[in-house]
Design a protein around this ligand. Structure first.
Ligand code: OAD
Length: 239
């Protein structure tokens, strides 16, 4: 596939791209869902039932994200955006903020962010760093309502789906990186993009659940494959 400055590239990333930054994925051996049940920490019911436990899980993950640094996979995507500008968009299921830290600007965080929280009563959003996390259940500085992590839980609707839908209908290349392809709606994006004419590429350590919709598959670590692939695109477009 030849990619030039006029190619509209849409990327979808999952936890695998941050694995080389030291953050756990969900479903690999030793992943987050091995030690935590989804129903205990990642549903609105869990938060109603046991808010302290849910908050502890996300406080810890926020601390881990703060310490993590973008790896060569993230940096390669920042280089790609710098080259393609408005022809580049990045949808991420990750909540760690590492794409923004790497320099990407056109980032859609469809599952929210560990770096913000919002009030369950007045819905105001706050940066986590401005909140007193010593409290078991942090309270809203404005209305004293209960704050919650700004992360989309199972049973909730992901953010920015309208914008994502428009991008899926209007891209030439759709590239999926480091996601197992089991969580919907993100797992269905590759099918939509392909149906509307995109060439589909995947970079993943292992074959994915939805691999029948992938035209070009690169098996291995994102931090090793993406820098090579993206440099190849940029260098051969200049020729
Ligand atoms: P998963 O843990 O399900 O999948 C991570 C994928 O990354 C696996 O297919 C791995 O093989 C692959 N992988 C691991 N290391 C890699 C590396 N260095 N380079 C490339 N690939 C690598 O994580 P997600 O697919 O992101 O949702 O999970 C999707 C959603 O499920 C998450 O956003 C989260 C979770 O439950 C919510 O919390 C709503």
């Amino acid at each position: 596939m030849k990619v030039t400055k006029d190619t509209r590239v849409l990327v979808l990333t999952g936890a695998g791209i941050s694995a080389e930054s030291g953050l756990k994925t969900f479903r690999d051996a030793g992943g987050l869902w091995e030690n935590h049940r989804v129903e205990d920490v990642a549903t609105p019911e869990a938060f109603r039932r046991a808010p302290v436990m849910v908050w502890n899980f996300y406080k810890e993950r926020w601390q881990q994200a703060l310490q993590a640094k973008p790896n060569p996979g993230h940096l390669a995507l920042a280089k790609l955006e710098n080259w393609l500008q408005d022809n580049f968009h990045l949808i991420t299921q990750n909540v760690d903020g590492l794409h923004t830290a790497a320099g990407n600007k056109r980032v859609i965080e469809m599952h929210g962010s560990l770096h913000t929280c919002f009030c369950t009563r007045c819905h105001t959003r706050f940066p986590m760093k401005d909140i007193n996390l010593e409290e078991d259940i942090p309270l809203c500085p404005k209305c004293k309502g209960m704050l919650r992590p700004d992360v989309v839980w199972f049973g909730e609707v992901p953010y920015h789906l309208d914008k994502i839908d428009a991008l899926l209908h209007n891209c030439d290349v759709f590239m999926v990186v480091g996601t197992s392809g089991v969580v919907y709606p993100a797992a269905g994006f590759v099918m939509t993009a392909r149906y509307f004419g995109a060439h589909t590429i995947a970079v993943n350590l292992n074959p994915m659940e939805n691999s029948e919709f992938i035209d070009e598959f690169y098996q291995g670590k994102a931090g090793e494959i993406l820098p090579r692939l993206i440099d190849e695109w940029i260098n051969s477009a200049d020729k």
